[in-house]
Design a protein around this ligand. Structure first.
Ligand code: PMP
Length: 397
């Protein structure tokens, strides 16, 4: 912190504040490093050794629709969903992808190309929606799909795909489809359940939608492994998604698949050992540990915003979690911060407090809101709380 330097106001004039900051903190991206300390303790257990002669082939399992998915990864994913109870994998097809980012595009390809419409199908999501959907939909200016904007405002009598993100990125809300069925267009759904894990939200039901996307990035925090998976009811859609991944990357790294399968095995084994009577301690269980971290961050954030009416964050309803057997609220990976003293929350935080966040307009919403990540490093989160507390105190005097 460097005290007593002049700050530039939005209108270009300068004012003297008692405090300014000499470095930026970046809370824009949702890089999930918050869970790193937990995995540091599991470093040895999660280690995988891959010999020079192993994993040469493109192929993994020619009997499976997703022929490049390794059977050990498929089994690990099924085991994980059975443990958590968040998604039904029985009689469903699993397709692995390079993150759920690739699977989202594979899903658009599969659903658009099996639509009866000759025109590009409209892809919509209720605002505020995950900022990347729009660009991922339109990047290739495809002739089969195009971004259609806010699902709440969709009123065309044309085919559409609605993306339902629950809990939602950026605002943490629990969601279902919203497009008005009276519009008459043929509608398909993609459920992006990246955050439907116990550290972020109570597991209230076993999801069993036609096409669900999950990502290892947000489940355990191993975003760098780039593993996501889709759980798909219809075999033809699963085949088309597999074809898309074949066309764009001829499969998914087997080193990554092996590593992810191992980490899931370690995670699930610790629950088995816990149930077997104390072979694992409760604090060693991943979802218990990560849930506590998220809860603590939210409690601190709420404490700071309670003191200061200039910023506010949404409230979430309580629900019973079938996984923890407790009632709790949602602790989203992002805070959807409303800045009550400036029209542009992103630029206010950047200029005044040197905090980088993503503004509401990127999510099809109001610029008075901004999204900030709660998955970053402890130091950055602590510094963020300090800065908004200092800011509030200065305005009080
Ligand atoms: N969907 C949502 C809602 C996300 O927040 C993210 C990551 N920020 C993704 C998908 C993409 O995740 P991945 O790392 O698996 O590509």
């Amino acid at each position: 912190l460097v005290p007593n330097l002049p700050l530039n106001n939005k209108d270009g004039s300068s004012s003297t504040s008692s405090t300014t900051f000499n470095s930026y903190i970046n809370l824009d991206q949702g890089d999930p490093v918050v869970f790193k300390e937990y995995w540091r303790k599991k470093s040895e257990e999660c280690m995988v050794v891959i010999k020079g002669c192993e994993l040469l082939s493109y192929l993994s399992d020619l009997r499976s629709v997703c022929w490049f998915m390794m059977p050990e990864l498929r089994d690990a994913i099924k085991r994980l969903h059975a443990l958590v109870g968040n998604a039904d994998t029985n009689d469903m097809y699993i397709v692995v992808g390079n993150g759920s980012t690739q699977l989202f595009q594979a899903a658009l390809y599969a659903l658009s190309s099996s639509s009866s419409s000759d025109d590009p199908i409209n892809v919509v999501a209720a605002a505020p929606y995950y900022s990347e959907y729009q660009e991922q939909t339109d990047i290739l200016r495809s002739g089969i799909h195009k971004w259609g904007g806010d699902a709440m405002k969709y009123d065309k009598n044309e085919a559409y795909i609605e993306v339902v993100t629950s809990p939602n990125n950026p605002d943490g809300s629990i969601r279902g489809p919203v497009v008005n069925s009276k519009c008459g267009g043929e509608g398909k759904l993609v459920h992006d359940l990246a955050y439907y894990w116990p550290q972020y939200t109570p597991i209230t039901h076993m999801a069993s939608h036609d096409l669900m996307l999950f990502t290892f990035s947000k489940c355990t925090g191993h975003a760098g492994s780039r593993i996501g998976w889709a759980i798909v009811k219809d075999k033809e859609i699963a085949k088309k998604m597999t074809k898309f991944i074949q066309m764009s990357s001829i499969g998914v790294s087997k080193e990554s698949q092996t590593r992810v399968a191992k980490i899931i095995e370690v995670l699930c084994d610790s629950y088995k050992n816990f149930k077997l009577g104390g072979l694992s301690k409760e604090s060693e269980l991943f979802f218990e540990h990560s849930r506590r971290l998220m809860m603590e961050r939210w409690e601190k954030l709420r404490e700071v915003t309670k003191q200061n009416s200039d910023f506010s964050v949404p409230k979430f309803p309580q629900a019973y979690c079938n996984f923890t057997n407790e009632t709790s609220e949602t602790y989203p990976a992002f805070a959807w911060l409303k800045c009550n003293k400036d029209e542009d929350c992103e630029s206010y935080l950047e200029k005044k407090l040197k905090i980088l966040v993503r503004g509401g307009n990127r999510f099809g919403s109001d610029p008075r809101y901004a999204r900030l990540s709660l998955l970053g490093k402890d130091d950055d989160f602590g510094e963020f709380l300090k800065r908004i507390s200092i800011d509030m105190n200065e305005f009080r005097h």
